[in-house]
Design a protein around this ligand. Sequence first.
Ligand SMILES: [Zn+2]
Length: 314
Amino acid sequence: MNTVLGPVPAEELGIVAVHEHIGYGMPGSELDATWWKTPEERYAETVPKLRRFHERGGGTFVDVTGICNGRDVDYYRSLSAKTGVHIVACTGFVGGDTALPFFERAGVDYLARQFVHEITVGIGGTGARAGVIKVGVSRGGRMTELDKRIYRAAARAAVTTGVPILTHLAIDPEPAVAIFAEEGLPLHRVLFGHADDGVNAPNTPDVWIAEQGGRIGFDTFGYETELEDPPFWARPRKERLDHFLGFVGKGFLDQALVSADANCSPLGWPGVKGHTVNYIFDDLIPDLRAAGLDEATLTRLLHDNPAGFLTIQD
Ligand SMILES: [Zn+2]
């Protein structure tokens, strides 16, 4: 699979954090005077988190910050070289509502060509190839016309290149499932994300998606109401854990992926205090062990499942 420093075989991935952000911000946040940080400040904030991730057995960090949301591949390459963590960058968009007008006006063919170029040639002039395609549902709870155009372009790029798709939100999944079927993309190549956050979990038909063959992301672990200053999408810790264990208990372990969706250094917003990618080691893994999951199951969850997902299909 593609990392920002080149291809890496699946057996070298280590533990994978499949939905994370080096730094995510809304388009235009670089113009904000309050929260914007210098490159030195971002670096100083990010490197210790990645070093700690690596020390604990974290091998691969998948950055799903889309085009227009602060993706910075030269910076990721430098972080990867310094910390030893494999970093996977994405092509695509977090949602139609974060695509700038240039892309908002683009057709399916243009968008598909853009994604394929970033996967097969590279992102900008970096030579680094994207390893995953990000798509998402805009605010409002329903897929917009632009969301659907981006999903269709992503499906074509996934079929052409063998790279998988990862979604922001799994609400309103019927149009997405229909588009993937029309474009001939098997649903095991799609990870439907954010099935577990406090706002969207009640409206996400995770079992229905899994029955169609899709993968499900329990990828906001750690955004808890127990935090000192929880975000609006927080959820009680036990409620999320029980939701996850219930899903796995229905026989969907191989379709489940977990992550923390944390920002190492958020762009243009203060971020969520006390939450990092290392929640996976500090809290999630101990909670899963306490719930009775054995080491082989944890390996499937944190290595085998994401490795299978990220491996480029012929
Ligand atoms: Zn995210």
